[in-house]
Write a protein that binds this ligand. Structure first.
Ligand SMILES: NC(=O)c1ccc[n+]([C@@H]2O[C@H](COP(=O)([O-])OP(=O)(O)OC[C@H]3O[C@@H](n4cnc5c(N)ncnc54)[C@H](O)[C@@H]3O)[C@@H](O)[C@H]2O)c1
Length: 352
């Protein structure tokens, strides 16, 4: 199959690109190369005859039309987005432009192409979204997000993703465009840009700096190893039922504090400090405004309909991730000078 992957130079998109090429698909990677992109993430496939890269912005409709016409994909996996909640608090307009208007452009370009191709039945537009569109859950373990949970986004990031999900569903209902959607929990793993919690903690620890935890560290996330997510995405894109959405989760709920303590214990074993333990560096910092308390995914639909479940436990995935960052300093060192990295972002107080 020929896949058009948007955002394929980012964290999750690059995992999809690497896995798709390994599985024999032809991949066109469309990416604007924003601050979070890195072509090193796809260096392992860059010379493959099954891979092509096109630098383009999904806000540029003419460029997107030209890519559809030139490459004629069977499936679109749409991941390109502004993805960092803290940046969305400081500068929401990029999130509106890329996540909403950019998705609108992708849908219109896909629809034009699909019509021109004679409404090909096997064509799919897979929109990759987040569990954050469902809002925040209380601690009760019986409560989880299902595909029928009402949308209740609470940050500019999650609101922009929710808006894009609504557009995608509307293009299915109104125009019959064969879409599938997925809403996934927090990802982690190799090639994670060093502004998100797990790489921030690992890189701070390796530099002997304080390990910042927002609030009291009680926020709960459902962690999924990125390569498991890529596997699920290829399954949803190729086997999902048009018009349907699939929740994807790791079945690995942890508080942020538990997660950081686990990373510290792994580092103590793999890369001991000269004196003391890594957990001694844990520092609680001011919370994120509107910080969602808990996300948890009910993965019943993807498990029963598509036979998918995560293969990597959080302990095993964190061990692989820590080892990867210890061994790949040449990957992350240059990223530390990118705009905003290493700074505390997203502290804007709500206006009254
Ligand atoms: N990271 C997570 O835990 C998580 C969880 C669930 C869903 N998602 C979703 O998965 C997708 C990918 O997330 P990620 O963590 O890999 O993000 P990322 O920030 O690492 O990568 C985003 C990629 O999109 C590209 N991009 C941004 N704006 C663009 C534009 N206007 N035109 C073309 N390319 C553009 C960037 O250059 C970058 O390569 C996003 O849609 C995100 O909402 C992420």
């Amino acid at each position: 199959m020929k896949l058009l992957v948007t955002g394929g130079a980012g964290f999750i998109g690059s995992a999809v690109v690497r896995l798709a090429v390994a599985r024999g698909h032809t991949v066109v990677n469309l990416d604007a190369l924003t601050y979070s992109a890195n072509l090193a993430n796809v260096a392992s496939v860059a010379d493959s005859p099954s891979y092509a890269f096109v630098q383009a912005d999904i806000r540029d409709r003419a460029a997107v039309d030209a890519i559809f016409a030139a490459h004629r994909p069977d499936i679109v996996l749409h991941l390109a987005a502004e993805s960092h909640v803290d940046r969305s608090i400081d500068a929401p307009s990029d999130f509106i432009d890329t996540n909403i208007t950019g998705t609108f452009n992708m849908l219109e370009a896909a629809r034009k192409y699909w019509v021109a191709e004679g409404l090909r039945e096997c064509f799919r537009f897979h929109h990759v979204s987040t569990d954050e569109v469902f809002g925040s859950l209380p601690a009760d373990p019986d409560l989880q997000f299902t595909e029928n949970t009402p949308y209740d986004p609470r940050s500019p990031y999650s609101a922009s993703k929710a808006a894009s999900d609504h557009l995608v569903r509307a293009w299915y209902e109104t125009y019959g465009l064969p879409v599938v959607l997925s809403n996934c929990s927090n990802n982690y793993g190799p090639y994670h840009f060093p502004e998100k919690l797990i790489p921030v903690i690992i890189l701070s620890a390796l530099s002997g700096k304080p390990l910042p935890i927002y609030g009291d560290g009680s926020n709960i996330r459902d962690w999924l190893y990125v390569e498991d997510h890529a596997d699920a995405l290829l399954l949803v894109a190729t086997k999902g039922t048009p018009g349907r959405s699939y929740n994807i989760g790791g079945e690995n709920e942890r508080t942020n504090l538990q997660l950081v303590q686990t990373i510290c214990a792994i580092l103590d074993r793999l890369h001991p400090r000269a004196a003391g333990r890594y957990a001694d560096l844990i520092t609680f910092v001011a919370d994120r405004p509107g910080h969602d308390a808990r996300y948890a995914i009910d993965p019943t639909r993807i498990r029963t309909e598509l036979g998918w479940r995560p293969s990597v436990s959080v302990e095993e995935g964190l061990e692989r991730t820590v080892l990867w960052y210890v061994e790949n300093r040449d990957w992350w060192r240059p990223l530390l000078t990118r705009h905003g990295v290493g700074q505390r972002l997203g502290t804007a107080k709500p206006t009254t």
